[in-house]
Write a protein that binds this ligand. Structure first.
Ligand code: 5AD
Ligand code: SF4
Length: 479
């Protein structure tokens, strides 16, 4: 969970500034959407504030993927209610908005369960926020100016703010057509839609001008992105067999932009991992050696019940091809334990797959029954205690591999992009090509730069490093 709470400049045009507090739950798509909501609200005179107490507008940008995430939203609404009442009593009304996937999936229930909520809007509607605020303000007898009218999501959004430092997300694709039996995303985010290449290149150029050095391309199925080649750009980039561009071609185009030094993408689906993407991973220095490729289970029986459309062997073969192209790739994944019908034998197959492939990191979850998904109605739901046990065993296996991968960096000199100041004075925090956090004593002037750092050790959450002269013994390319 993250809060947008940066202090920003006063509202343009001398209008009295209003405070907005945005709390983000869940995935990076939501983080991106929250940043864009803040951008959208800036011309309306809203600036980000550090706490809901100071906010005229509180937005909860929610996640529906697991039950716990949803329940958290309702308890946060409960905590905000007295705050809202107190502000109302002082004549300083606070608007409370619920955005994101819970809003999409449970809009009616929010209205019934939480009357304190003034606005509910799903992920496809946040661009209509100015309109909705104007309506709410009118109802209260206030006038709210909008500086522009908003059409489709992503169209005519204001320039991105430079608040985020040297790294930024860029949503290139939204939605999912895969319909895994456990997952709400196809219902909350809709079907797969790709943004046009020209718009993405323009947004990336604008981010580069604002000092962004690393772009992470986002999508629920980011490697399903495809679009016609943009006119007048991309000479020498060979399209796919179907004549379109895919993620591989887009990465090639973005890697040509001056100022953009690093590219990443997440989250990929095994079925959409085509040859062009693998080739790009092998060929592009700027494409970082890190791949988040969820497999969910190592048992073919469970993968079939999950409607994943691939077997464990398909996934392993795919990783083999990726590693042939990019031997030093840091592999990450998602796993679910306790899917309905999962036996000890199935679970052992998941552990075996982890053992065989080797992960640098991974996310793992207990299966959470989501109403409306096919798996919710399946028999043989796995008891919580069994899920707990399997989760602990899986996490222990992943942790061993994560530590081994981290410790293998000791002694290497890695290029680190310094992103922010650390907790200790004189310390900066950055990322290795493998997405590991790296702490080092370094001057502030190095923020936003990629600097060679010798790795001296690994702590549970980060690598410790020191600045060093001389050539890198291991670059993003080398093994
Ligand atoms: N229960 C548990 N985990 C889930 N995920 C998606 N839906 C569920 C669910 N119902 C996990 C998957 C997915 C990640 C984003 O969240 O592992 O890859
Ligand atoms: Fe959900 Fe499966 Fe789509 Fe991922 S691929 S968003 S898990 S339905």
């Amino acid at each position: 969970m993250t809060d947008i709470a940066a202090q920003e400049k006063p509202a343009p045009g001398g209008r009295a500034a209003k405070g907005v507090f945005i709390r983000t739950y869940g995935c990076q798509m939501n983080v991106y959407d929250s940043e864009r909501m803040a951008d959208l609200l800036r011309p309306l005179g809203y600036r980000a504030v550090a706490a809901p107490e100071a906010a005229d507008l509180v937005i909860l940008n929610t996640c529906h993927i697991r039950e716990k995430a949803t329940e958290k939203v309702f308890s946060d609404i409960g905590r905000l209610k007295p705050l809202k009442d107190a502000r109302a009593a002082q004549g300083r009304p606070m608007l409370l908005a619920v955005a994101g996937c819970v809003a999409q999936a449970e809009g009616g229930e929010i209205a019934a369960r939480a009357p304190a909520v003034d606005m509910v809007f799903g992920p496809q509607a946040y661009h209509r926020l100015p309109e909705m605020l104007a309506r709410a303000a009118r109802e209260r007898g206030e006038i709210l100016e909008t500086d522009f009218s908003v059409e489709e999501k992503f169209d005519r959004l204001p320039e991105r703010s430079a608040a985020g430092g040297p790294t930024a997300f860029l949503t290139i694709q939204e939605g999912c057509d895969k319909f895994c039996a456990f997952c709400v995303v196809p219902y909350t985010r809709g079907s797969e839609v790709s943004r046009p290449a020209a718009a993405l290149i323009a947004e990336a150029e604008s981010l580069a001008r604002r000092g962004v050095r690393e772009l992470t391309l986002l999508g629920q199925n980011v490697n399903a992105w495809s679009a016609p080649a943009p006119a007048g750009f991309g000479a020498g980039i060979k399209p796919r067999k179907d004549g379109l561009w895919g993620l591989g071609q887009l990465c090639r185009a973005l890697s040509r932009l001056e100022g953009i030094e690093r590219l990443r993408f997440t989250t990929s689906h095994p079925r959409d991992m085509d040859d062009d993407i693998i080739e790009a991973l092998g060929a592009l220095d700027k494409l970082m050696p890190y791949l988040h490729l969820p497999v969910q289970s190592g048992s073919d029986r469970i993968l079939k019940a999950m409607n994943r459309g691939h077997t464990a062997a398909d996934y392993a073969a795919l990783i083999g091809r990726v590693r042939a192209a990019r031997p030093d790739i840091a592999l990450s994944g998602d796993f679910i334990v306790g899917f309905p019908g999962e036996t000890d034998e199935d679970f052992k197959e998941t552990l075996a797959l982890i053992e065989t492939l080797g992960y640098a990191s991974a996310y793992s979850f207990k299966y959470s029954r989501r109403p409306g998904t096919p798996a919710a109605g399946l028999p043989k739901q796995v008891p919580e205690a069994v899920k707990d046990e399997r989760l602990a065993a899986l996490q222990a296996a992943i942790e061993t591999q994560r530590r081994a991968f981290a410790e293998a960096q000791t002694g290497r000199v890695l290029p680190v992009l310094f992103e922010k100041k650390g907790r200790h004075s004189g310390q900066l925090i950055g990322r290795s090509p493998y997405l590991q956090s790296v702490h080092a004593t370094a001057p502030e002037s190095m923020l936003g730069s990629i600097i060679p750092v010798r790795i001296c050790g690994a702590t549970p959450n980060a690598l410790a490093g020191e600045l060093c002269e001389g050539p890198m013994t291991a670059s993003a390319r080398a093994v």
